[in-house]
Design a protein around this ligand. Sequence first.
Ligand SMILES: [Zn+2]
Length: 278
Amino acid sequence: MGAMRVLRAVFAVVLLIGVGIGLALASYLGPPIFENVWRLPVADGERVVALTFDDGPNPPYTEQILEILEREGVRATFFMTGEHATRHAATARRVLAAGHAIGNHGWDHVFLSSQTVAEVRASLERTDAALRAIGVSEPTFVRAGSLALGFSGARVLRAQARVHVAGTLAANDWTTEPLEPTPPCTSWLEMTCPTRDGDVVTERVLSGVSPGAIIVLHDGHDRLDGADRSATVAAVDRIVPALLEDGYRFVTIPEGLRDGPEGISRMGPKGPISGPPR
Ligand SMILES: [Zn+2]
């Protein structure tokens, strides 16, 4: 009887894990979620890379990053939340004026994967309006909070013919510790542990980068205004010169996806940029 109970418990656990893995896989890989952009298309031998910054604008860190990018002559992409773009409109305008691209990161970073279709649509459209208000002419491309595009998010993006930009390489610099203490990281994969150490962020990016990589960094925090991003700033200060030295060319997301005269609107579910990260 005891053995039976153990068997049943094991079966239940295996079933739960299976369902969990299935849902996670479906969420990332199943149609219509193939429309994720994981990395940029690259020609043979071409060394292109895209720097992306999420959750801002967040003065003064966004400005500090802008200074480094300006000094090095490179352009990046900023995925702003509508809330932060509205609150820090002057900083958002500075990003735009410097020639960087701005993408839609939802209104308040509520994960698009856990929202209904109506909620996703409202969040994106409200953010579009906020981005238009600072001068963005066409905020077409989107990144969901935590890069997780659920079924409702995928449906809305498909209906609106918009691209979801995930990423190749996340340095996990999003934490606000010690402002907002998190328990010690117990993940078996060190890469996935959040960090506020500029050396760690630099090392993660430089050791993981490859041609076509979309690098995910954070100039802001999803909820906390004024989150300390000095570690990310310090990392950017080292990452950009190192990659330039290594022969990399920096592009914005729309530049990197410009695969012909129609630009990113050409990228369909089975376009050349889709598929899991390599
Ligand atoms: Zn985010």
